[in-house]
Design a protein around this ligand. Structure first.
Ligand code: BEZ
Ligand code: FE
Length: 288
């Protein structure tokens, strides 16, 4: 009988998965097992510490349900989600960068015509977001499906705030023939990610705050292109350098306060003045 020791345990576990049929699964598991064992050995993890981690994971499962996935929140707060986004963006360097989806996306929001209004009876500073969807090869992409969602003046998203109408500050929109889109909305504001579960415990234990800088979430889908999930950030926000979820990229950050030109004031005269402009183009990577 061969004794398992600190020196041969990792290889024994990796050998035990030799029968894994799926080669990609086998490769990933091999790396994860090796790194997990290395981390335990390097940090000299005690049994009590291991038990603490198991309880933490148990609490993460306990608080999760169909509406709330605390595992994804932990992935966001530890930068894993953003790392995966960066890996995806590295494969499409000419395309708009990706950023976290977050827990507040709701599918099938109402369709809005280009130029439509999301403000309705929301308080807040009025802005018009506008730009173009185009390919990394330069041509406009008409008929792309854009989905927008953001928080309201109280910092909350409609799906977690009973005081808001369903689908408040959410819409889907088709880009126009020239790939353009535009909508009037309110300027999103900074807010704190949910901190009443293990995600919050992690942030408190590590001396971090839970704030995210103001941002507009966007998802873009067009036939023949890779889907894009991203966010557009307001550089004027005080938390722009310290997003709790590491989602900010300089290519995704602009000041949400450009003054409208006289032409734009006329074009958007149906929006009560004053309003500011937020310009952002979405560049998609062709498939294949
Ligand atoms: C959000 O931007 O909505 C979000 C992203 C990650 C965690 C929590 C919230
Ligand atoms: Fe958000």
């Amino acid at each position: 009988m061969k004794d398992l020791t600190l020196d041969n345990m990792t290889d024994a576990v990796i050998n035990s998965i030799a029968g894994t049929q799926d080669q990609r699964l086998k490769d990933v598991l091999t790396i994860v097992i090796r790194k997990m064992h290395e981390a335990a050995i390097e940090a000299k993890i005690t049994h009590a510490e291991w038990e603490g981690l198991m309880n933490f994971l148990m609490a993460t499962g306990d608080i999760s349900d169909a509406q709330r996935n605390e595992f994804i929140l932990l992935s966001d707060l530890t930068g894993l989600t953003s790392l995966i986004d960066l890996l995806g963006s590295a494969n499409a360097p000419e395309a708009s960068e990706r950023s976290v989806l977050g827990p507040f996306y709701v599918p099938n929001a109402p369709m809005l015509e280009p130029g439509g209004d999301l403000i309705k009876d929301n308080d807040g500073d009025r802005v018009i977001a506008l730009g173009q969807v185009r390919s990394t090869t330069g041509e406009a992409i008409p008929g792309a499906l854009l989905e927008f969602w953001q928080n309201a003046a109280n910092g909350l998203y409609s799906n977690v705030d009973p005081s808001q109408d369903d689908n408040n500050l959410r819409c889907r929109m088709m880009s126009a023939d020239d790939g353009s889109y535009s909508l009037s909305t309110i300027r999103p504001i900074a807010y704190e990610v949910p901190d009443d579960g293990p995600g919050g415990d992690y942030m408190r234990a590590t001396g971090r705050h839970c704030w995210r800088p103001a941002h507009l979430h966007v998802r873009v889908h067009a036939e023949g292109y890779e889907d894009l999930v991203t966010e557009v950030f307001n550089t004027l926000d005080k938390y722009i350098e310290e997003d709790a979820t590491f989602g900010v990229r300089s290519t995704l950050a602009i000041p949400f306060n450009r003054k409208p030109s006289p032409d734009e004031q006329a074009r958007f005269s149906h929006v009560a003045a004053p309003f500011r402009m937020v310009d952002f183009d979405f560049v998609l990577q062709p498939l294949g």
